[in-house]
Structures are given as C-alpha cells and as structure tokens.
Design a binder for this molecule. Structure first.
Ligand SMILES: Nc1ncnc2c1ncn2[C@@H]1O[C@H](COP(=O)(O)OP(=O)(O)OP(=O)(O)O)[C@@H](O)[C@H]1O
Length: 351
C-alpha cells in the first residue's frame, strides 16, 4: 500500500460572515498517496482552496484531523485542538511548496534573485545559493533568462520562475492552486508537463487544484471531485471521468461518456433501434470489434458515434453502434462483447 503523505479525517472549516456560518469544507476524509499527482477539482467556491490551505495550516480547520508526513498537524474532535508547535510548523512548511494563479514575483529583482530570495534561510553560502538557484532555473527551462526581470517574461515563463522558487527548499509536496488558470492552452500544457517531469524526476507529490478538467486528464493519477464543501467522488481518472454515475460528478466532469446526452445533443433518434454503447480501454482499442461481430454472429454494427479520449497514458474509446441481425444472434453478440474488457450498455430510453 502506498504511503499517504497527507490525510484529511472528517475535516470541516466554517467561516462566520454577517452573523451567518458558511461551511466551506464539510466532513472531508481522504488521503493523498506519496509521489502522486493528485487532482482536486470542482466549481469555484467548492472549498478546494480552503481544504488545501489546512495542509500547512494557513487555514485551521474548525474540526477534524490533518496529518502530513505521518505527523498530526491538527486534531480537534469536541475538546481543545491539538496543534503542531509554531517552531515545528515553520520547519515542516519548508517541505510544502505552493504556486498560485498569480506568480507573486518581486518585480525589482531578476529571475535568479527571485529564486535566491527563497534560499535566504537555507543556511547556504552565497556561491551555493547561486549554484542551487541556477540548477533550479535549469530544471524549469529558464537558465538563459536568469538576468531578466519578471516583466520581461511571458506568463508561462513567470510561472516557471514561481515553480523554481517553490522548489528552492526541496519540498516533498508542491501545491498548485489554479496555477494555470490565467495561461493560454499551450502554456497551460507546458506547465502541466513540467509538473509531471518534476514529479517523476524528484518523486515530488503534486496536489493540483483546478476547475479545468483537461488539466486533470493530462497529468493526474487520481482525482477528488468537490462540490459545496463535500467530496462527491474519488478515484482514478477512468473511475471518475468514465465510470462515475454520480450526477454531481457527471455535471462537473462533462458528458463525454454519457451516451444519452451525446445522442440527444446530436439529435439522434433512439426509438426502434438496437443501440448499444461500448466503452473500451487501451488493451482492446486496436481490436476489430465490428468486423468480429459480423464474422462470428452475422450481426452488422453501424457506427452512430465514436470518440477516443486520453487520460494520462491511458486511452479510452466510446462507440455507439446500431446492431442489426437476428434477435438471438444480437444477444450472442452482446454476450460476446460483455466477455471482453469492453463495457457494454444497451441504450433503451435510459442508461
Ligand atoms: N476567509 C473567508 N471568509 C469567509 N468565507 C470564505 C473565506 N474563504 C473562503 N470562503 C468561502 O468558502 C467557500 C469555499 O471557498 P474556496 O475558495 O475554498 O473555494 P474554491 O473551490 O477554492 O473556489 P475558488 O477556485 O473560486 O477559490 C466559498 O463560499 C467562499 O466564499
């Protein structure tokens, strides 16, 4: 079993505003495995940032327990809160880097000085500081820009400087809170790929908070979906994006695998047709399924809709086909498909 680098146990966070209580996070429990890229997704206001801010106690929970690196940072269930000492928290926080939508760079300092600034308390000699900052800039592909000022860089490049700065103290966790939200799609993908590279090179655990589902699909190993302060789903990308039937999750992750929404958006009639939905995974994607159905059962399958989506390294295909043939043969064909690593659902009014 993988070690959990962060564990939330029944964590709740309440804010008092205008005599009203807002429950921003509501009894959330889950663990983040060490070394993963772990996505936290949901609409704006779902409580993602508030929850993640409890990791380094920038936000103290109202109740519940937060364990980080196997240590209890915060625990409160009824009685007084048990909180890590300020001194220990300062030390532990160096192990947790953060990047945000705004890069928060010092505009009067050069790129390398911005990174060096984060090494002020690292107890290194001046030469060592420069060497470390140079190597960090190399990691993020900006060694040629060391003497530039932030204002001379693009948004994507400024975010790279922020990443180098966040990694200055060799953190074990990097929290990325909407770090790509202000970037165009190309820069977004480059930053996401950089996070993946750093995850693989250093075993860095990345916690990726975003409302962009494509970002999650590109690099995450697992994802939690949050809505109104609660977790609605947790699992692998395929579990959540392809298999989840939770209506809240479906609304948030989109309807790419929801056959009835696809058919209705394309105005395709379902009545009096033998429509079936096939969802097939990497292992089956290259199989000539349609040909096999005809050769084995004399059942012809006309393709009504087909698409392939990429989830990290895994490709998942969806096909909606209209089967024609003898009723008994169609049944055998469906049984055959059920025996493969293909999910088969018949589309009769409801899925
Ligand atoms: N300091 C605060 N005081 C009062 N209410 C707050 C505070 N911080 C957050 N909230 C409220 O808590 C809820 C959750 O906010 P949070 O920022 O965690 O959501 P989010 O999912 O991260 O969304 P976003 O991406 O927009 O920040 C919102 O209703 C927000 O208005």
């Amino acid at each position: 079993m993988t070690n959990k680098i962060v564990e939330f146990k029944d964590v709740s966070v309440e804010f008092a505003q205008d005599k009203q209580k807002i429950k921003a996070v509501s009894d959330v429990s889950f663990g983040i495995p060490e070394g993963q890229i772990f996505g936290i997704a949901g609409y704006s206001g779902a409580g993602k940032s508030t929850l993640v801010r409890t990791i380094n106690l920038l936000q103290k929970p109202t109740s519940g327990e937060v364990d980080v690196f196997g240590k209890t940072f915060f625990k409160k269930d009824g009685g007084a809160a048990e909180i890590i000492s300020d001194k220990d928290l300062r030390t532990e926080r160096r192990q947790i880097g953060m990047i945000f939508q705004h890069y928060n760079l010092l505009s009067q300092k050069t790129v390398i000085e911005n990174v060096e600034f984060a090494l002020k308390h690292a107890g290194l000699k001046e030469k060592e500081v420069t060497a470390k900052a140079t190597s960090l800039l190399k990691d993020v592909g900006l060694e040629a820009y060391a003497k530039h000022y932030p204002g001379q860089l693009s948004g994507g490049q400024q975010q790279r400087v922020a990443i180098a700065r966040a990694l200055a103290n060799d953190p074990k966790i990097l929290i990325s809170d909407e770090a790509t939200s202000a970037l165009d799609p190309e820069n977004t993908n480059q930053i996401l790929d950089l996070l993946k590279e750093l995850n693989q090179k250093y075993g860095l655990t990345v916690i990726l908070i975003t409302h962009e589902m494509d970002a999650i699909k590109r690099i995450c190993d697992q994802v939690v979906i949050m809505d109104s302060g609660k977790v609605t789903d947790l699992g692998s990308l395929v579990d959540v994006f392809v298999k989840s039937t939770n209506p809240v999750t479906r609304k948030i992750v989109g309807s790419d695998f929801d056959a009835l929404s696809i058919l209705s958006s394309l105005n395709i009639e379902t009545k009096n047709r033998n429509l079936i939905k096939l969802v097939y995974f990497s292992t089956e994607i290259s199989k000539p399924i349609i040909v096999e159905l005809y050769e084995k059962f004399k059942v012809s399958a006309s393709i009504v809709y087909a698409d392939i989506e990429q989830f990290g390294a895994e490709a998942v295909g969806i096909m909606i086909v209209d089967l024609n043939g003898e009723a008994a043969q169609i049944k055998q064909a469906v049984d055959y498909l059920n025996g493969l690593d293909v999910e088969v659902s018949e589309l009769r009014g409801e899925e």
